[in-house]
Design a protein around this ligand. Structure first.
Ligand SMILES: NC(=O)c1ccc[n+]([C@@H]2O[C@H](COP(=O)([O-])OP(=O)(O)OC[C@H]3O[C@@H](n4cnc5c(N)ncnc54)[C@H](OP(=O)(O)O)[C@@H]3O)[C@@H](O)[C@H]2O)c1
Length: 374
């Protein structure tokens, strides 16, 4: 696996706070998105479908949002490779029905799948704490956390969770960040372990203002596109600092991935005519199985920890980013700004109710108080 090369400043020349994405970065971002749309199938043509996974017996993976789309595929394939899979979902009945279906399809072929369901609603930070406490009480190791669940409420007016946060920011960034932090003790028990965040190429047109994470200060006009892209960029920035602050010896690696442009329920809020057009362009768009490959690669490929260690040793400003074609790639130029990444880290901890030294305390095995309760 090669190093991702960069034409960005890598955090140099900072000091003056940017208020929005420069037009050149914005234009480059859209070129990346269109390029991924047009050429993803060609650039990923070397990949098998489905991806062959190593035997994962003895490995425990938590997959959020695994009742639909990419997450459903990830959970099914990890379980079929022998992993113990925990489906962390809102629709627990649907998850049980899926497990039953997968077991029936597999009947007679080897051992039954080792899957269980635990309720998790990312729109409630209390629910995240409840999930983490339930899992942690087992004192069991966790080897892979896959933060897959996400929303893109295209064209919808701005909505806020009961915790008071813009919903894209909460579901796509804040709640997964809290989950990752609270599961650090379990990830330590499972070390070497990984946190894999299902991110998006759309982060390249995102801009996140640490003083306006909710996009409600009036500085910028809210659109669902801005909400989605900002939340995905915030996730990369937070993950980059998490990756930097976890010492090598802890053996926890943090990775973001782009699944490609995938036909799933994520487009459910699009106007009907666009949803229909989505179905007419199958050549360009991945199906969920194709879209699951980069996440499965990040979760299971043995080269990934070495790549993460390389980035850490090189003091690279961004955590590992794996593209839809399972190759390491560069996140956007804006993702490389260490100054704002540190601010996003601090602001995120404050918003999810954790103290500034939460990570260090969790790594030392100490109890950490969260403002949100189980
Ligand atoms: N599809 C694409 O082209 C694409 C491109 C780039 C990145 N992604 C990312 O890929 C990830 C998976 O999306 P997808 O395309 O597979 O979409 P999807 O089919 O809509 O699946 C999203 C999953 O997230 C779950 N979810 C949503 N809100 C939740 C909440 N509050 N609490 C718990 N779970 C929640 C959904 O569960 P419910 O059924 O209960 O709502 C669903 O299982 C997302 O992070 C998305 O941003 C997708």
């Amino acid at each position: 696996m090669g190093f991702a090369s960069s034409s960005t400043s890598g955090g140099k020349g900072e000091g003056r706070r940017k208020e929005m994405l420069g037009w050149l970065e914005w234009a480059r971002g859209w070129m990346n998105i269109v390029g991924e749309f047009l050429f993803q199938r060609i650039s990923a043509s070397h990949l098998e479908n489905p991806l062959t996974l190593p035997h994962l017996d003895g490995i425990t993976c938590i997959v959020t949002g695994s009742t639909s789309g990419i997450g459903l595929e990830i959970a099914r394939q990890l379980a079929e490779a022998g992993a113990h899979v925990v489906m962390a979902v809102r629709k627990t009945n649907l998850a049980h029905e899926l497990i039953q279906k997968w077991q029936n399809e597999k009947q007679g072929a080897g051992l039954p799948l080792n899957i269980e369901v635990i309720e998790l609603d990312l729109l409630s930070l209390d629910s995240v704490v409840r999930f983490a406490e339930a899992w942690d009480s087992r004192q069991a190791p966790l080897h892979v956390l896959i933060n897959n669940a996400g929303i893109f409420s295209i064209g919808e007016p701005q909505c806020f969770s009961k915790d008071g946060y813009e919903e894209h920011m909460q579901v796509n960034h804040l709640a997964p960040a809290l989950l990752s932090m609270l599961l650090i003790p379990s990830l330590l028990r499972g070390s070497p372990s990984r946190v894999v965040n299902v991110n998006s190429i759309m982060h390249t047109v995102g801009f996140v203002d640490p003083d306006d994470m909710n996009i409600n200060s009036g500085k910028r006009k809210y659109t669902s596109l801005l909400g989605y892209c900002s939340s995905k960029l915030a996730q990369i920035k937070f993950s980059s600092i998490l990756h930097k602050r976890i010492p090598d010896e802890a053996g926890i690696n943090v990775v973001c991935v782009s699944p490609g442009i995938v036909h799933t329920n994520v487009a459910r809020d699009l106007p009907k005519i666009i949803v229909a057009a989505y179905r007419l362009i199958p050549y360009f768009i991945f199906d969920a199985q194709e879209g699951s490959r980069s996440t499965l690669f990040a979760a299971a490929d043995p080269q990934v920890p070495d790549y993460c260690a390389h980035l850490r040793a090189d003091e690279w400003p961004v955590c590992a980013y794996i593209s839809h074609d399972c190759r390491p790639t560069n996140a956007s130029e804006e993702a490389h700004s260490l100054e704002t990444s540190h601010l996003i880290w601090e602001k995120t901890l404050e918003m999810i109710g954790l103290p500034p030294d939460a990570l260090e305390n969790l790594l030392e095995g100490q109890e950490v108080e969260c403002r949100f309760s189980a």
